[in-house]
Design a protein around this ligand. Structure first.
Ligand code: GLU
Length: 493
């Protein structure tokens, strides 16, 4: 019997997402339940967006939750390298094989030509897709053009009619018409593979037997299935997990709900409770109990107990569950966890330099700097009254700064300042026009330590969260404003 092998394959392009942890958890449980292995692979073929910082954050966040992998970039293993950016030669070989077999072809079309084809198809109300222009170029001519250095991608051929049957472990056979599939690019002009090729090749070479992934990938499943067929490889069992949703049923998004695992760590949730809550997403224990540990989940795991209705990721429910966990700790353990959370020397050393000169007694520290230990702060709305700006302009300014800070990858005082500077500069304002607003939103009070220092110390998660809450206090951003202001945002350097 083959050993069950599952994997999580995150792309390191942003904050470590709760959705990644959720899918990782189910893959881990599935593998462990069958005495198998769980692998972590980094899908970093998008060179522009992938960063090592983000990769490290993913490792740290998963480990904080208690999710461990048997093989991966940081722990090694017999099927490495486990980072796609280090596997370039492998993909090239398989792409060449597909071209040689006639299942894929080099495509030399320019972006302009593709845009034009697309525009014409849209005008005819057709689904935009590649028109097969380069499919019939003779192989020797294609080779000559490639040898001459002409820029090209490699596309896969797909059937133009009929349906593809996707055997899903949860839904049974799902039929998807082939005419919805485009001739997918497998190799980009920069010589790097796309998700489709790299994912299939790696799952095969890494011996993955079961792929549990988010259902957002279901519509593209036929392309993966076709690739397995072209290579003559056995296809892993597929399982499309229901997506996490906001309480309003929309797909979980950071505009409505904090999605970064590190946010929950900073807010003071216990990793065990967080993992327990993720395990409750679309799944339940046979006895329906709400509180369970990872070991208990593995012991009783049954993939057939996943229900397809979109599980709602609800902060209140999570907090309730966290409360259950907290109350069951021994007092000693509780105190130790609090210390680890934010009363640790490292965090206090970040704060100390900013309060030392501002107090005469230790007992003045809490009133001055208590907000370093808060999740939300509750600023008085009057703190946002502005000498120069109307309330609408205040909201606009804060929204633009929040968006800029959401895109900021490296978090330090200089970069935070530069973000705010770029927004105020564009609006022909001064830094001092924005600072009192930032101050109110972040500290919730009228005076304290410098807000830029506070933002750096609090970190991106809590800073963004408080800015978002302040914006909501001021009435939020309407759909229409979002559209208009996003245009403004795009114009800010
Ligand atoms: N790199 C993909 C992601 O970030 C992997 C999806 C899959 O599991 O195939 O979600």
């Amino acid at each position: 019997m083959t050993t069950v092998r599952t994997r999580i394959a995150p792309s390191p392009t942003g904050d470590p997402h709760v959705g990644t942890a959720y899918i990782a958890l189910f893959n881990l449980c599935f593998a462990r339940q069958h005495g198998g292995q769980f692998i972590l692979r980094i899908e970093d073929t998008d060179q522009l967006r992938s960063t090592r910082e983000s990769e490290q954050q993913i490792f740290d966040a998963l480990r904080w939750l208690g999710i461990e992998w048997d093989e991966g970039p940081d722990v090694g293993g017999p099927h490495g390298p486990y980072r796609q950016s280090e596997r370039g030669e492998i993909y090239k070989k398989y792409s060449d094989e597909l071209v040689a077999k006639g299942h894929a072809f080099p495509c030399f079309c320019s972006a302009e030509r593709l845009d034009q084809v697309r525009a014409e198809q849209m005008a005819r109300k057709e689904t935009p897709r590649y028109d097969g222009h380069c499919m019939h170029i003779a192989p020797d001519e294609a080779q000559r053009r490639i040898a001459a250095g002409e820029s090209h991608v490699v596309r896969m051929k797909v059937p133009s009619e009929g349906v593809c049957v996707v055997p899903d472990m949860l839904r049974g056979d799902v039929e998807i018409p082939w005419d919805r599939m485009d001739m997918q690019v497998l190799m980009k002009a920069d010589g790097l593979p796309t998700y489709f090729l790299a994912n299939v090749v790696d799952d095969h070479l890494m011996g993955i037997t079961h792929v549990l992934r988010g259902e957002e990938w279901l519509p593209s499943a036929p392309k993966l299935i076709k690739l397995y067929e072209y290579f003559g490889w056995e296809q892993p069992k597929l399982c499309y997990m229901p997506l996490l949703r906001n309480p309003d049923k929309s797909k979980l998004s950071k505009r409505k709900n904090p999605t970064s695992i590190t946010f929950y760590e900073r807010m003071g949730y216990l990793p065990q409770a967080m993992l327990n809550y993720l395990g409750r997403m679309g799944w339940s224990m046979p006895d329906e109990r709400e509180k369970f540990s990872l070991a208990e989940m593995i012991e009783h795991f049954d993939i057939n107990r996943v229900s397809l209705g979109g599980p709602i990721f609800d902060l209140e429910k999570l907090s309730w569950l966290n409360g259950q966990w907290l109350r069951e700790l021994s007092v000693e353990h509780f105190a130790a966890e609090v210390q680890k959370w934010a009363l640790n020397p490292e965090y206090l050393m970040k704060i100390a330099p900013h309060v030392q000169g501002r107090v005469e007694t230790f007992s003045q520290i809490a009133p001055l700097a208590g907000f370093f230990f808060f999740g939300s702060v509750n600023p008085d709305i009057r703190l946002f009254e502005h000498k120069k700006l109307s309330q609408d302009q205040v909201r606009q300014l804060m929204q633009l700064i929040l968006w800029k800070l959401e895109a900021l990858r490296q978090w330090d005082k200089e970069r935070i300042t530069a973000c705010i500077q770029s927004v105020v500069g564009h609006l022909e304002l001064k830094l001092r026009d924005a600072m009192p607003l930032m101050f109110a939103a972040i500290t919730g009070q009228a005076s304290s330590v410098s807000v830029l220092d506070a933002m750096e110390i609090l970190g991106p998660d809590l800073t963004r969260f408080r800015l978002r809450q302040a914006l909501e206090l001021l009435g939020g951003t309407s759909k229409k404003e979002t559209k208009e202001w996003e245009k403004l945002l795009a114009a800010i350097a």
